[in-house]
Design a protein around this ligand. Structure first.
Ligand code: KIV
Ligand code: ZN
Length: 417
């Protein structure tokens, strides 16, 4: 792999050469949240952001500040609470215009590492029918927007929307212009989930080979799952040199969703000798992250979902059970513990009472006073109304914003509310 010299932003400074680390850019709170039925309250977004920090994602795309007051507030609050010096970079999305960029900057600025993510469509189809702009106008708009965002002091990511259907020479030209204006991350989204792994890998390789100075930037993949290929395409991109992958917990996102973070991460983790790549993710937080996002969005995880589905580590067939009892490796390619999956059945539901919740929290190591239990119970009922059955992971998720199993229930519940 070609070494990548240190660049301008904080992350580049920390990463002096390419050692095969792929940075995880989580967009659960932006691309994920904008999907139908996935809307979250401010409190829920904050819980998810804290959990993403615990999962050790590299970048949290916290929202689209110019879209609404609520989005701005959520991004700003996340920048303040989660974007510390040792925390993840906090990013906001912006269209390529001054108002969006300035709105975004005021929201992310409190973070120690604040990023503005500017996007502009580059396929002929989008430029003609959506933007009504020529190629030259689009390049000029991108250059102006990136320069403006850099002048504010932000790290800047530029996305050429619909890259996978963009004429490659034009893609190289616009990415080169964004790079020259100061963008340090260049993203080539497969916005409509049209690409295949071979094609998408070739797209990334083409950008690396044809954009002068590309080694100064981090190349990023952002794949949608319309053909069920988002994770495969992201893996192909990483093999071709992308060192940032954009993904969401449980794969939520526009239409069929984005690449599922847990699947991408565990593919690199489990097949490390094949990929020779790694991430900084704390894999034991994957199951908890999945449950929290499911609880906050009300979108159930299918039982057969890879990594985080209820059946992902269940062995039903007699032959399989026999094999696993003799040696787990016969039918398990990774351990349930590695992804933080406790495998315990579903036990609590909306008809469960305070006693059941008290027993469960005690079994999990939390000590709550009566007042604290009352607060937690209200939260539990609210979740149980949206989800039929709650398991231990959901209870942990409800407690997630405080210290785990510290015995200090007051902190846990105060944090939670
Ligand atoms: O899918 C897409 O192209 C996007 C961009 C905003 C990066 O979400
Ligand atoms: Zn997207």
């Amino acid at each position: 792999m070609t070494p990548v010299p240190a660049g301008g932003d904080g992350e580049h400074a920390r990463q002096s050469r390419d050692d095969g680390r792929v940075r995880i850019f989580d967009t659960t709170l932006r691309d994920g949240e904008q999907a139908p039925g996935c809307t979250m309250t401010l409190e829920e977004k904050l819980s998810v952001a804290h959990q993403l920090a615990r999962l050790r994602v590299d970048v949290i795309e916290a929202g689209f500040p110019a879209a609404s007051e609520g989005d701005w507030t959520a991004v700003n609050q996340i920048a303040r609470e989660v974007g510390g010096v040792y925390g993840p970079d906090i990013c906001g999305l912006a269209r390529a215009n001054e108002r969006d960029i300035e709105r975004c900057w005021t929201a992310v600025e409190p973070a120690a590492n604040a990023r503005i993510h500017i996007f502009l469509a580059t396929s002929d189809l989008h430029m003609k029918h959506k933007l009504g702009m020529t190629r030259a106008q689009v390049v000029a708009a991108a250059a102006k927007a990136v320069s403006h965002a850099c002048s504010l002091g932000a790290q800047v990511e530029f996305s050429a929307e619909d890259s996978a259907r963009t004429d490659p020479p034009f893609l190289y030209e616009i990415l080169g212009a964004a790079l020259d204006c100061g963008a340090t991350t260049l993203n080539v989204p497969d916005t409509v989930g049209y690409s295949t792994p071979d094609e998408y890998g070739a797209l990334v390789a083409g950008v690396r080979a044809n954009v002068p100075g590309i080694e100064r930037a981090t190349l990023s993949a952002h794949c949608h799952d319309d053909l069920g290929l988002a994770v495969a395409n992201s893996l192909a991109a990483a093999r071709a040199g992308a060192r940032q992958v954009e993904c969401t917990i449980n794969g939520i996102g526009e239409r069929a969703g984005n690449a599922a973070l847990e699947e991408f991460v565990m593919a690199l983790h489990t097949r490390r000798s094949f990929f020779e790549l790694y991430t900084n993710i704390e894999t034991r937080e994957l199951a908890r992250s999945s449950r929290l996002v499911s609880a906050c969005t009300g979108i159930d995880v299918p039982p057969n979902k890879a990594i985080v589905g209820a059946n992902a580590f269940a062995h039903e067939a007699g032959i399989h059970q026999d094999g696993v009892l003799k040696n787990r490796l016969t039918y398990e390619i990774m351990s349930a513990e590695t992804v933080g999956w406790d495998g315990v059945g579903l036990v609590l539901g909306k008809h469960s009472g305070r006693h059941a919740l008290r027993a469960k929290t005690e079994a999990l190591g939390y000590e709550l006073t009566d007042d604290e239990l009352t607060l937690l119970f209200a939260r539990f009922k609210d979740l149980a109304d949206r989800k039929k059955l709650l398991d231990e992971g959901d209870i942990h998720a409800l407690m997630t914003r405080g210290p785990q199993r510290s015995g200090d229930g007051a902190d846990v519940v105060r944090e939670l509310y």
